[in-house]
Design a protein around this ligand. Structure first.
Ligand SMILES: Cc1cc2nc3c(=O)[nH]c(=O)nc-3n(C[C@H](O)[C@H](O)[C@H](O)COP(=O)(O)O)c2cc1C
Length: 365
């Protein structure tokens, strides 16, 4: 008897038929060329996860436009055709191993920690916390400039253009990063969005830009292409944030997103299996399923396969995304399937910064 029957059962995700329900979570590794082009080290890094059995790989966050969207030095982009084309060897290598790969589109908004330009954001609110040392930053963030309506239109357009470039380069889909404190999450979040226009105020208005991004992408890539959206409460610079409206906010957010017809919703919480709001209540993944009716990928401390299987078995999620455990077990899927022990993840693995380590990019046979 298979120990994890649900985890290792196949699943249809939009247009993709996947052999199992384990997804590689998106993880920024700031190892591209300074120009934002993907390189050979990245080909080798991503190939390991496909070889290791992950049915679906989500890339690290790629910046969609050249104007304002990049967060980090050596973060890869998909803002130009050359950047999109630089992913072709990664995509081909993943496909050769039988895997599928989705490009995550991530606009920094206020969370910029490179260069000397003024970031843009829904409102001129300095981000809480300090820059991410894992990604080479230190000290406080800059105060961003409040986006004009024209900035908003441009950012939405930038996502759609980037999605089209991803499709043309051969990616199997795109995921819109609307989580973890970056631009779109800054719109969703009450304390970073103080706008008085149609993009601020009520939860319905704060989610509006994400719906517009999904609509614009759908119009650009057509009805059948895989388009996901990632949502969280916590942020890289504010781990413990909770939506003030609780489950009612979840209802508004997930029903509005579903109306834009994404192919899936990806929820991330520190612990995906913990109640989203109150003791004994539903998880964020369950709420996403309930209110969107869409397939859901849950993420957060699910590298322990018993936990992943339990969430899948209870139908609280359709797929699980594995982050840090996959970094130290790129063959997480084959190991779990074979009943082999997993290496424990330790944050030291990412020190001094989260760039690719030599052992992660060794030539494959
Ligand atoms: C080094 C590192 C980089 C990350 N970069 C991204 C990113 O680019 N986009 C994103 O949505 N999440 C990013 N995350 C968050 C992960 O996708 C995931 O949510 C987190 O690691 C929790 O999952 P886990 O408990 O399985 O590790 C990153 C996490 C790590 C450790």
């Amino acid at each position: 008897m298979e120990r994890y029957p649900k985890l290792f059962s196949s699943v249809q995700l939009g247009s993709l038929k996947l052999p199992n329900r384990a997804v590689l979570a998106p993880m920024t590794r700031t190892s591209s060329e300074p120009s934002g082009l993907a390189n050979d080290r990245m080909v080798r890094y991503y190939t390991r996860f496909a070889k290791g059995g992950f049915g679906l790989i989500i890339t690290e966050g790629l910046y969609p436009d050249a104007a304002n969207s990049r967060s980090y030095e050596n973060q890869p982009g998909i803002a130009t055709d050359a950047q999109a084309d630089s992913w072709r060897p990664v995509i081909q290598a993943v496909h050769r191993e039988g895997g599928k790969i989705v490009a995550q589109l991530m606009h920094a908004g206020a969370l910029v920690q490179h260069g000397a330009f003024t970031p843009i954001a829904p409102s001129a609110v300095k981000p809480v916390g300090t820059m991410l040392e894992d990604h080479g930053g230190s000290g406080e963030f800059a105060v961003p400039r409040e986006m004009t309506l024209s900035d908003i239109r441009q950012a939405v357009h930038g996502f759609a253009e980037a999605a089209l470039r991803a499709k043309q380069a051969g990616f199997d889909g795109v995921e819109v990063h609307a989580a973890n404190g970056y631009l779109l999450d800054q719109f969703i979040t009450d304390y970073t969005n103080r706008r008085a226009d149609e993009y601020g105020g009520s939860t319905e208005r704060r989610i509006r830009i994400v719906v517009e991004v999904l609509d614009a992408i759908r119009a650009a890539v057509g009805p059948d292409y895989l388009v996901g959206v990632r949502i969280s409460q916590g942020k890289v610079n504010d781990f413990h944030h909770k939506w003030a409206g609780g489950e009612e906010d979840a209802r508004i957010i997930f029903t509005r997103l579903a109306a834009a017809s994404p192919s899936y919703i990806h929820t991330t919480e520190y612990k995906a299996y913990a109640p989203a709001f109150h003791e004994g209540g539903p998880t964020l993944a369950e709420l996403a399923k309930r209110y969107s009716g869409l397939p859901v990928i849950a993420n957060g401390k699910l590298g322990e396969p018993d936990r992943a299987e339990a969430m899948l078995e209870k139908d609280h999620t359709d797929l699980v995304a594995i982050g840090t455990s996959a970094l130290v077990n790129p063959d997480w899927v084959s190991k779990v399937q074979a009943g082999r022990d997993l290496h424990p993840f330790d944050h030291h693995f990412l020190l001094p910064i989260a760039t690719l380590k030599d052992e992660e990019v060794m030539a494959q046979e």
